[in-house]
Design a protein around this ligand. Structure first.
Ligand SMILES: O=c1ccn([C@H]2C[C@H](O)[C@@H](CO)O2)c(=O)[nH]1
Ligand SMILES: [Zn+2]
Length: 132
């Protein structure tokens, strides 16, 4: 699974979005160590604060199926620049993904921002911080 293919899957995953309020479709494609890809779209709610981003949909799908080791995630939206994950998703990626995992952010124009989990959230609050 190369980066282009993962980005193409993230763009395809936008079709899974449920976005009656923002009309802003986001797609994510999460590649596991075993080579499987989990797709996610953002899922909104009439109680707006309960909206779930595409990144977290894909991660929670994989994690709750017992697939817990990840190689890369691609995220796509129709944004002027490569889409930027929100703070909640950065925190969830910091919890569930390796710090040096590749995060490929893109848009429909083909802009690409390739980064890592730790670059997206330097100094993240982690389970180490819970140690007294
Ligand atoms: O990286 C992002 C940024 C935003 N959203 C969703 C949340 C909400 O449904 C909509 C507008 O913020 O886009 C994502 O899924 N991923
Ligand atoms: Zn998010």
């Amino acid at each position: 699974m190369d980066k282009q293919a993962l980005m193409a899957q993230a763009i395809e995953a936008r079709k899974l979005a449920y976005v009656p309020y923002s009309n802003f479709q986001v797609g994510a494609a999460l590649l596991t160590d075993s080579g499987k890809v989990y797709l996610g779209g953002n899922i909104e709610n009439a109680a707006y604060s309960l909206c779930n981003c595409a990144e977290r949909t894909a991660l929670f799908k994989a994690f709750s199926e017992g697939d817990k080791v990840y190689k890369a995630i691609a995220v796509a939206a129709d944004t002027p620049q490569a889409v930027s994950p929100c703070g909640a998703c950065r925190q969830v990626m910091a919890e569930l993904c390796p710090p040096d995992m590749v995060v490929i952010l893109t848009n429909l124009k083909g802009d690409v921002w390739e980064t890592t989990v730790s670059e997206l959230l330097p100094g993240a609050f982690t389970k180490e911080d819970l140690r007294g």
